[in-house]
Design a protein around this ligand. Structure first.
Ligand code: SF4
Length: 382
């Protein structure tokens, strides 16, 4: 049953708000509560900056849409992540909200709290018998705050109670396939906690609107804050930890100090990238930055039609297929896609060809024609 069930009393009103220019109505949303709880000043600080996008953010949006629409990405890695999320959510729904809940699912509904102070969009909600499981997908590679301390989940729990009639218990969890494949930890909220949650969020929302709201820098909250390039609090934090004598000091640092230094280094890197992006924009628009200029861009020639290119060279100078193939590199991700499509067509009726199985088949079929190489692992938080 892919409908709103008897729980979503306010859904119609919420759907109307979705059509407005800003579906959040210019108000905070659950997805920002983690940062606001850590740095209340970031709400007003970020308002001066336009939204930024990145390849990672675009992938997140794309995969959320696949989850919502029930479709499969073309890219094998993304397809596998989506399949993993689907398997997990079905299993978790049954485990926490009972077998009936797996059939009562709503996706991407924007909810508002009872007083319209903030909203939130739950990626997926399973509900039955007064119990709901609210899940959020994160497609980044850095793990987010654990469910028990995650303010986005706490805000979604409050919104679930405000919007779903007869709800007694809300379980909330996060699926983050690129950061962890362990069973997701799930946090439980009971109806008795509603007023406590509401009090916390309403106090926080009152604080974030204050012009002098505290700015509290930290790696987690500054990482994706749009204000970080010019925020004195963030800059002060990076400077206070910067030391030119890393090689000398490193052996004496405790493992905890090293972990902290790594988190700061990652933030400083993002800060530097943001500064470079802004400076490049300035220079491109003709503004001056003393001592800096843009180097000339490099041009390169790219073949878009491989078959046509070979035909042309064969006709003009008699280049052989072998000679031409020796200059080509096969994109394994593109080949994965084509082969998966073909294997799915060849699969017996009623048998679903999994993307992962297709990828395994391809590597095994081409065992004598390729090799596996493994790069050094990169640093990541785990
Ligand atoms: S950059 Fe950091 S300290 Fe500054 S407003 Fe944003 S989250 Fe707060």
């Amino acid at each position: 049953m892919n409908e709103q069930t008897g729980y979503t009393g306010l859904a119609a009103g919420l759907a109307a708000r979705e059509g407005e220019h800003d579906c959040r109505g210019g108000k905070p949303s659950a997805s920002g509560m983690q940062r606001l709880s850590l740095c209340p000043g970031s709400w007003l600080a970020e308002r001066a900056y336009a939204d930024e996008t990145s390849a990672a953010a675009e992938m997140g949006t794309r995969l959320h849409k696949h989850m919502e629409d029930g479709t499969t990405p073309d890219d094998a890695t993304e397809a596998e992540a989506v399949e993993w999320c689907r398997g997990q959510e079905e299993w978790l729904a049954t485990k926490y909200a009972g077998p009936a809940a797996a059939e009562c699912v709503t996706r991407e509904n924007r909810w508002w709290d009872a007083k319209g102070k903030f909203s939130g969009q739950a990626d997926v909600v399973f509900a039955a018998g007064g119990i709901a499981l609210v899940l959020d997908y994160k497609f980044g590679r850095v793990p987010v705050a654990a469910a028990a301390n995650n303010m986005q989940l706490a805000a979604l729990a409050l919104l679930a109670f405000d919007n779903m009639e007869g709800l007694e218990v809300v379980f909330c969890g996060i699926l983050q396939p690129f950061a962890s494949r362990k069973e997701p930890r799930v946090v439980r909220y009971r109806r008795e906690s509603v007023e406590e949650l509401r009090g916390y969020f309403y106090r926080l929302l009152a604080e974030v609107e204050e012009p002098g709201a505290r700015r509290v820098p930290g790696e987690e909250q500054c990482r994706y804050c749009k204000a970080k390039v010019e925020c004195p609090a963030c800059g002060g934090m990076v400077k206070s930890h910067a030391t030119p004598a890393v090689s000398e000091l490193w052996p004496d640092w405790t493992p905890e100090k090293k972990a902290e230094a790594l988190r700061l280094a990652s933030m400083a890197k993002k800060w530097a990238e943001a500064v470079e992006r802004k400076a490049k924009g300035d220079l491109q628009s003709g503004a001056e930055i003393p001592g800096w200029c843009l180097s000339a861009g490099k041009s390169s020639f790219k073949i878009n039609d491989t078959q046509g290119a070979f035909g042309q060279l064969n006709a003009l100078i008699g280049l052989t297929g072998e000679e031409f193939a020796g200059c080509c590199t096969v994109k394994i991700s593109a080949l994965d896609k084509v082969v998966h499509k073909r294997l799915a067509e060849l699969a017996p009726e009623g048998v679903k060809q999994l993307v992962k199985k297709s990828a395994e088949w391809l590597r095994s079929a081409l065992e004598d024609y390729g090799s596996v190489s493994t790069t050094d692992g990169s640093l990541k938080e785990c």
